[in-house]
Design a binder for this molecule. Structure first.
Ligand SMILES: [Ca+2]
Length: 574
C-alpha cells in the first residue's frame, strides 16, 4: 500500500501549500535568515554553564591565526570541551561518555553546525566544519563562515573501537542517539555564550557523518534547518557486507602469496589493469556528454554503452597486467559492480556504476585494504552490526573473518535483534522510513546530498535509488526540499579524477535562508597550486583549476561549446 504523504492530510501544512500543475505542493515555508551575534562569554562557561548529564571540562579562548585553513587564518574563537552521559556499562564494565568539543567564533553568523564525523567514530575531530564534512580542500571552513560548531566521538573513545559494539547503548549512541543527546545541550551552550540561541541550525558530514546527517533528517527534523550529507554511508551495514563480498571475489583472482597482514588483495587488479578499465570506460562513455574531457557525466547512458565482457580485451594466455584481463577477472569485476548477492541471487547491497576513478589509489584502498583491515569493515560487521556481536575471543584475523563471512547465514544478522541488542544494526544505523521527510519539508528545512560517482565503498547508485523513491513519494517534487548532486570521477568524500572542491554548506545556507534553490553547484579541480591542497589524481592534461557544474540529479552537465575547462561551457540538462 502506498503511504499517504502527510502534506496531503495535515491541516496546518495544507494552509501553506498550494497544489501545482504537477500534482505536488508548490509552496513550502521560507525560513528567515540568521542574524549575527558576538561572543559574550568563554572561560566563564567552565563554571557557569550547566545542563543535565553534562560536564564541561575546559573553556578557553583560541587566538586568531592559531588555526589556519587553505592558507588563511581562522578567527578568534572559544573552545569548549566536555562530555555527556558518562556511565559504566553493565555489559563490559567500560566507562562510556559522549565526548565533545565546541568551537564558538567571536564573530558569529547566528548559525549552529553539528559536524558529523566518519568511520566508526570514537574520535572528536576538530570542530571546524572543514574537510571532515566532505569535499576536497574547502577554501573556507565552517568556522571561517561564522558557524558555532560541535563535534563529538558519538559515545565511545578511539580505544573502545570497535568493541564498544558489545554495549547496546554505545551502539545506539553511535547510530543516532549521540546526535539527539548533544543537540539541545549544544543549543543551550550557544545561548549561554552569545546571549541568544542559534537562529538557524545545520548538520553536515561525510561518509559516516553523511549517514548521521541522513538519519537526523528523518529522526531529528525539528532540530535542524539544513542538512548536508556528503558521500553518505546511507545503508552502512549493507555496504560493509558488500565490502567483504568484494574481498571474497577479489581473493579468487589475487596472486599474492603472503599471509595476513602482508597479504596483498590488490594483486587481484593491479593499477595498470584498473587503468585499462578506466580507459575502456572513457572510450565508450566520455563523449556521451558532448565533451571528450576525461569525465563521464552521463552515468545512465554509460550503463548501456559500456560492457566489461565486450569492451575489455581478454588475455589469450596468462595475465600481462596491462593490456588485458583474464576471463575470471572480468567475471569478478562484473559481479562486484552488480552488487553483493547471496547464493539465491538476492541483492544484499546496491550495484555500482562503472566510472573513471577505478584507476586511482583511493579506490584500491577501500576495495583491497579497508575491506579486510582491522578497524574497518570486518570488525564493524563482527562487533557493531551483528546481533549478537561476535565473541571477542573467537574472532580470527580480520582477513579470515572477511573471507569466511557467509552471505547466506551471516549477512542477515544486520537485520536481527538478540537479547539485550534490542535494535538491529539496520534500525540504529539507517534512517527510519527514509523516503518520508515530511517534518523536514513541511517546516521549510532543506537537504543537500552530494556523492562521487566513483565512490568505491558507498554506491552513488544506492543514493540515487533512494532519491528516486523520495521523488516518487512526493509526486515528482522532491527537489523542492531535497537535492542530490553527483560528482563524476570522485572517490569516497574526495579525490579521484574529479572536480572535488565545492562549497556545499554555503549553497545550503542560501537555499534555507534566502530561498535560492541550487540549480548548479560550481566545483573545481584541485590541480597544482590549489590553496586547499592538491589532488594528485587530477589528470595532467586538465587545467589545474578546471571547473564544472555539479547538477541536481537526474540532470547531467552537458557541453554546450566554448572553453572546455570552465563550468559556464556546460549546462545541467536531463
Ligand atoms: Ca565527457
Amino acid at each position: 500500500m502506498k503511504h499517504k504523504p502527510t502534506w496531503l492530510i495535515s491541516a496546518s501544512a495544507a494552509a501553506l501549500i498550494v497544489a501545482g500543475c504537477g500534482g505536488g505542493p508548490t509552496d513550502i515555508p521560507q525560513l528567515s535568515a540568521a542574524s549575527p551575534g558576538t561572543l559574550a562569554n568563554c572561560s566563564t562557561l567552565l563554571s557557569s554553564f550547566s545542563f543535565p548529564i553534562t560536564s564541561i571540562v575546559s573553556a578557553s579562548t583560541v587566538a586568531a591565526g592559531t588555526l589556519t585553513n587553505a592558507g588563511q587564518p581562522v578567527g578568534e574563537h572559544c573552545l569548549v570541551t566536555g562530555k555527556m552521559n558518562q556511565r559504566v556499562s553493565t555489559v563490559d564494565g567500560q566507562t562510556y561518555a559522549i565526548g565533545f568539543e565546541m568551537r564558538l567564533p567571536k564573530d558569529w553568523s547566528g548559525r549552529y553546525l553539528y559536524q558529523g564525523n566518519g568511520g566508526t567514530d570514537g574520535a572528536i575531530a576538530q570542530a571546524d566544519g572543514g574537510n571532515s564534512i566532505g569535499s576536497g580542500g574547502l577554501l573556507k571552513n565552517g568556522l571561517q563562515l561564522g558557524f558555532a560548531i560541535i563535534s563529538s566521538d558519538a559515545g565511545h573513545t578511539s580505544a573502545q573501537n570497535p568493541l564498544f559494539g558489545v554495549d547496546p547503548q554505545a551502539r545506539l549512541d553511535y547510530g543516532y542517539q549521540a546526535v539527539g543527546t548533544l543537540t539541545p545541550m549544544a543549543k543551550a551552550l550557544i545561548k549561554a555564550a552569545y546571549g541568544k540561541g542559534p537562529d538557524r541550525s545545520y548538520i553536515a558530514g561525510t561518509s559516516n557523518g553523511g549517514r548521521h546527517t541522513m538519519v537526523a533528517a528523518a529522526r531529528y527534523a525539528n532540530d535542524y534547518d539544513g542538512y548536508l550529507a556528503n558521500s553518505p554511508g546511507f545503508n552502512l551495514p549493507k555496504a560493509a557486507i558488500a565490502q567483504v563480498y568484494g574481498a571474497q571475489l577479489w581473493n579468487t583472482v589475487a596472486t599474492s602469496t603472503g599471509v595476513a597482514p602482508n597479504f596483498d588483495l590488490e594483486s587481484a587488479f593491479v593499477q595498470t589493469e584498473r587503468a585499462l578499465v578506466s580507459k575502456a570506460i572513457l572510450s565508450k562513455c566520455d563523449a556521451l556528454d558532448g565533451a571528450t574531457d576525461g569525465i563521464v557525466q552521463d552515468v545512465q547512458a554509460c550503463r548501456g554503452a559500456f560492457d566489461v565482457a565486450r569492451d575489455i580485451p581478454t588475455c589469450a594466455g596468462d595475465r600481462d597486467f596491462k593490456t588485458c584481463l583474464s576471463s575470471t577477472q572480468k567475471s569478478v569485476l562484473t559481479k562486484v559492480y552488480a552488487g553483493a548477492r547471496n547464493t539465491k541471487g538476492e541483492e544484499l547491497y546496491s550495484r555500482f556504476p562503472f566510472d573513471t576513478g577505478i584507476r586511482a589509489t583511493g579506490w584500491a584502498d577501500w576495495k583491497f585494504r579497508n575491506s579486510i583491515r582491522n578497524g574497518r569493515d570486518p570488525v564493524a560487521l563482527a562487533f557493531i552490526f551483528s546481533s549478537p556481536p561476535a565473541s571477542t575471543v573467537a574472532l580470527p584475523s580480520t582477513l579470515a573473518y572477511a573471507l569466511n563471512f557467509n552471505m547466506d547465514t551471516d549477512a542477515p544478522s544486520i537485520f536481527k535483534t538478540s537479547g539485550i541488542y534490542a535494535e538491529s544494526a539496520m534500525s540504529f544505523m539507517t534512517p527510519p522510513n527514509p523516503t518520508n521527510l515530511d517534518t523536514l519539508r513541511n517546516r521549510g528545512a532543506k537537504m543537500l546530498v552530494i556523492h562521487g560517482s566513483s565512490d568505491p565503498v558507498f554506491s552513488v547508485d544506492d543514493t540515487a535509488s533512494w532519491y528516486d523513491k523520495l521523488d516518487t513519494y512526493y509526486g515528482g517534487s522532491a527537489a523542492m526540499a531535497v537535492r542530490f548532486f553527483r560528482v563524476p570521477g570522485m572517490l569516497h568524500s574526495r579525490g579521484g579524477p574529479a572536480t572535488d572542491q565545492y562549497d556545499g554548506l554555503s549553497a545550503l545556507v542560501n537555499w534555507v535562508e534566502k530561498g535560492q534553490a541550487p540549480d548548479r553547484i560550481v566545483a573545481s579541480a584541485r590541480g597544482a597550486g590549489n590553496a586547499g591542497g592538491v589532488n594528485l589524481d587530477v589528470p595532467a592534461d586538465w587545467s589545474a583549476s578546471r571547473t564544472r557544474p555539479l547538477c541536481p540529479y537526474p540532470a547531467v552537465a552537458r557541453y554546450k561549446g566554448g572553453n572546455v575547462e570552465i563550468e559556464s561551457s556546460f549546462a545541467c540538462e536531463p
